[in-house]
Design a protein around this ligand. Sequence first.
Ligand SMILES: Nc1nc2c(ncn2[C@@H]2O[C@H](COP(=O)(O)OP(=O)(O)OP(=O)(O)O)[C@@H](O)[C@H]2O)c(=O)[nH]1
Length: 229
Amino acid sequence: MATIGHNNLNAKLVDPSTPFRFPLFLSQYFVSDDLFLSSFRQVLLGDMGAGKSSLVLRFVKGQFLEFQESTIGAAFFSQTLAVNDATVKFEIWDTAGQERYHSLAPMYYRGAAAAIIVYDITSLDSFTRAKKWVQELQKQGNPNMVMALAGNKADLEDKRKVTAEEARVYAEENGLFFMETSAKTASNVNDIFYEIAKRLPRAQPAQNPTGMVLVDRPAEGTRAASCCS
Ligand SMILES: Nc1nc2c(ncn2[C@@H]2O[C@H](COP(=O)(O)OP(=O)(O)OP(=O)(O)O)[C@@H](O)[C@H]2O)c(=O)[nH]1
C-alpha cells in the first residue's frame, strides 16, 4: 500500500497497482455531446527537495509553502485543465525523492502517460539525479510517455548552478521538452502542465455519441470504440 506524506493537501491513500479505477495510460469518457473528458496519469520524479510537491501544490491549489514537508512514499492529486475543446483530467502521482523510496517509483511511472522530471537550478546534484531518472524512464517507462524536464526554483537566479542552456541541450538530445519553473512565483507552472496536455494523444469526441460511452485504451494506436452509435 502506498503511503502519503502530505497532511496539508488533498492526497488520497491509493495503491496504484490495484484499486485505481482506470489503470491504463489514458481513459476517455463521453459524458454527453458537449462534454468530453480525457484522463491521464502523470508522475513527478526528481531529487529530494527539488520542488515536486511544491509544483503540484501550486498547480492544484495555487499555493506555495516555504517549509514543505518531505514526501513519504507518494501522494496523489487530481486536477482538470481545459485544453482546446477538451477537458483534460490529470491524475498526478507526486513521488518521494528520498533514495530509500526509489524502489517504489516503477509502481507510479509504469502506468503513466506523462512524467515531469524535476531538478533544482541551484543544485548540480539534483540535475545529475534528474538525468538518471530520464535514463530509467527511457529503459523501463512507457515508450510513448510524454516527458518534461523542469528546472525548478528559477526565482533563485543568484544561486544558480545549472544553466538553462545546458538543460535545454540535454532535453533536446533526449526527447524531452524543457521549462524553468518556480513554484514560489508560479512562473511556468500551469504552462508546463498545459504543454504536457497538448502533447498527449489528442482527445477527439466521437461522432454523434448517444448515451454514455466509457473507453479504456492504451496511450496510442487503438481508436475509441462506442457502444451506442
Ligand atoms: N525559492 C524556491 N523554493 C522552492 C521552490 N519550490 C520548492 N521550494 C522549496 O524547496 C523545499 C523542498 O520542496 P518540496 O516541494 O518539498 O520538494 P520535493 O521535491 O517534493 O521533495 P521530496 O518530497 O523530499 O522529494 C521546500 O522548502 C519548498 O518551499 C521554488 O520554486 N522556489
